[in-house]
Design a protein around this ligand. Structure first.
Ligand SMILES: [Zn+2]
Length: 290
């Protein structure tokens, strides 16, 4: 039989009973936004934990996720090395494969490569954000890696997922509905909220009000944007239903975010060059699809 992917011939046989692994990253989704959306599908996996991203924007956060280090719980009185060690032991349960340890990933320390070349997985990424496109160094160890045609269509991603009985698979889905402008796929782009973006921010940098506050968005606009992210979160939770139907039973599913988002707190909007608790606070839920 012809190999499905380059290098398939040399790939080791997978462990019998190994789980598929699907990591869904709801881009820019704040923890409290997800709670406000009252998800009913994601919570089938368990309760939604409040966790912390290692980075405040998309590219470094995804690199970290693809090292296998998921958003952390920020425990005190614990050495980082011990936390990483314990976190990696969780992959034994996630993958259904005994003996998964951080040292197994050395020296490359990259989960897709480890899953593919050592554990015999097929590996796939579908991303919504151009900053994650297939020409970036993130695209290492993947059999397939694609930037979606539209930045906000998770349902189209689910349609493109492929599972087979020959190998377990790893899928990364970077979902864009929850990213600014928090638009659902059926919404006319002409109706998206118009914001002058970066140029507007700089244009108004010297126009503080009498209290010295930066007034680049008014409160009504920020509240609207926040509501839009809640609606987008509610929508992608409903698309998770389609994902649950798509994945084979015994798939380990993780739903989280790469970073949070600011909606005017302390004068900030968005994410990236921001040091604020809300830009690191993310939802996290995982479990076996039964
Ligand atoms: Zn992001």
């Amino acid at each position: 039989m012809a190999a499905a992917y380059d290098g398939e011939e040399e790939r080791p046989d997978p462990t019998i009973g190994a789980h598929n692994l699907v990591v869904v990253v709801l881009d820019s989704l704040r923890f409290d936004t997800f709670l406000a959306a009252e998800p009913t599908v994601a919570t089938r996996l368990g309760s939604v934990e409040r966790r912390w991203s290692y980075a405040s924007w998309t590219a470094p956060s995804h690199y970290n996720l693809l090292m296998g280090l998921l958003p952390h719980s920020s425990p005190s009185h614990v050495y980082a090395s011990e936390y990483y060690k314990q976190d990696f032991l969780r992959y034994t349960e996630r993958l259904g494969i005994p003996g998964i340890e951080f040292k197994n990933l050395l020296p490359r320390m990259y989960l897709p490569t480890y899953l593919r070349d050592t554990l015999g997985y097929s590996t796939h990424a579908l991303v919504s954000m151009p900053v994650l496109n297939r020409h970036t160094p993130l695209n290492t160890g993947f059999d397939t890696y694609a930037l979606m045609d539209r930045h906000n269509d998770m349902a189209a991603m689910v349609d493109r997922m492929h599972f087979d009985d020959v190998r377990p698979s790893f899928h990364l889905l970077n979902v864009g509905e929850t990213h600014y402008p928090y638009a659902l796929p059926n919404e006319d782009p002409a109706d998206w909220p118009h914001i002058s973006g970066v140029h507007g921010v700089f244009k108004h940098l010297d126009e503080g009000d009498v209290g010295g506050e930066l007034q680049f968005f008014d409160d009504d606009r920020l509240a609207l944007l926040r509501r839009r992210q809640v609606q987008a979160a509610s929508y992608v939770d409903s698309v998770l239903e389609k994902l649950f139907d798509r994945v084979p039973r015994g798939t380990w599913l993780i739903v989280t975010s790469d970073h949070g988002e600011l909606f005017g707190e302390d004068g900030y909007f968005g994410h990236g060059p921001i040091l604020h608790e809300k830009v690191f606070e993310v939802p996290f839920v995982e479990g076996l699809v039964r």
